[in-house]
Design a binder for this molecule. Sequence first.
Ligand code: 4NP
Length: 153
Amino acid sequence: MLFVCLGNICRSPTAEGVFRQLIASEAPRLEVEIDSTGTADYHIGDPPDPRSQRAAKRRGIDLSGLRARQVAARDFAHFDLILAMDRDNLRELESRCPKQAHARLQLFLDYAPECGVAEVPDPYYCDAKGFEEVLDLCAAASRGLLADLEKLP
Ligand code: 4NP
């Protein structure tokens, strides 16, 4: 499972942290590799945005150990599912995806149709409310994703 946004400092590390927490509490025996990355190179090596870290911490999720990286060709061979936070990033992934790639590319919010939105909004230029919304959307999609994984044989 690879979560992808633009900078890998706000949305995708949040998705990674939320999904990790859900697996730890609801499905600890499920063997799933979870990672996140960005399509851009602006923040390579940086920890998640302090606003993302603060918002996640209030929900018991520690993002402090994560570091941003940029998506690489090997990701398309390694991961089964690559989940983009918005359509721009999905298009970017599709354009970089080798023809015979193993991974399936999708929007993360495909797993939360009840939310009525297709994209996790970029909170970078928002106030604290934007970061709460990212967490809420990631929580809903993580539940949907886990429900789907639990249906697999
Ligand atoms: P993210 O948010 O894609 O959710 O990590 C952003 C982080 C940084 C920038 C844009 C979006 N930036 O322009 O530096």
